[in-house]
Design a protein around this ligand. Sequence first.
Ligand SMILES: [Zn+2]
Ligand SMILES: [Zn+2]
Length: 340
Amino acid sequence: MTARKSYAEQRTVDLGFGVWSVPVPIPGNPLGYTLVYAIESPRGPVLVDAGWNHPDAWAALRDGLAAAGMDVAEVHGVVVTHFHPDHAGLAGQVREASGAWVAMHEADAAIVDLMNGVSPDARRSFQADMLRRAGAPDEDVPGDSDGARPQPPAPADRRLRDGDLADLPGRKLRVVHTPGHTPGHVCLHLEDADRLFTGDHVLPGITPHIGIYPLDRDDVDPLGDFLESLDKVGELGELGALPAHEWIFHDVAARAAQIRHHHEEKLERLLASLADRAEPQTIWEVAAMMTWNRPWPELPPMLRGLAAGEAAAHLRTLEARGALRRLPGGDPVRFQALES
Ligand SMILES: [Zn+2]
Ligand SMILES: [Zn+2]
């Protein structure tokens, strides 16, 4: 078992098949860094992800590429695995420095367009209403001054779909749509090297956050999508994984099966504890009874919000499988286990 190393111990590494890994720090985040990958091509390097939008991260990306003998001004394109700021954050700055295209799955590109079109105030009040409908007490609803959010990522110039080949002259980089962590998350299969860039979809030591937004939505099933996406990458065979965090590992399929098992167990436990309660439960109550890496009362409001997102995603999957129901017209919304 490899242990996660700090950012300070990370270096640019030549992986040996025309691909370099470049660690880019995520300031103030326990994840430490994003692994940006640079693929050599005759038209200039193509990056998989770009890193967090911060001057230190920009310097690390520029210097890390230079250590690989690449100039950031020569980047041909950036394929973003998903719209999160630790992946898409710097894509706009790379484009400005080099004229590179920025490509993203069409579903995440649409979210980025939405984010760029909504004022921070409108976003905050939408968020507060949503948290109340999920049963959050006042102290868990962020006020006006809390939590400066990062700038939305720059809009994509190219929209990707499942099965597309990225514009990477001389090589084969195929888009594998893996919704779940975000609706437009993609893995990228470097077919000529039997490697899969896994983004946040499959990580060696942790599992990605799977939430649902808004929390009380009943027309999508992100966790159900995620579990299917795990099977989908499993079916690609025994590929080497190039993840966006932690460390490079062998056999994506084995790890994907492990993560699937983890969520199936969590779903079972959740259903059992709901079946124990006589009263229907709000999303917040369900989140409080699940197991997190810290006891519920010790989780700060931001992390409670993420936990509630996970709880809501698991509830929605159980609902889609016919194991529980939501009470009609509830505000806050409540869930009840069905007799099996
Ligand atoms: Zn992410
Ligand atoms: Zn990430």
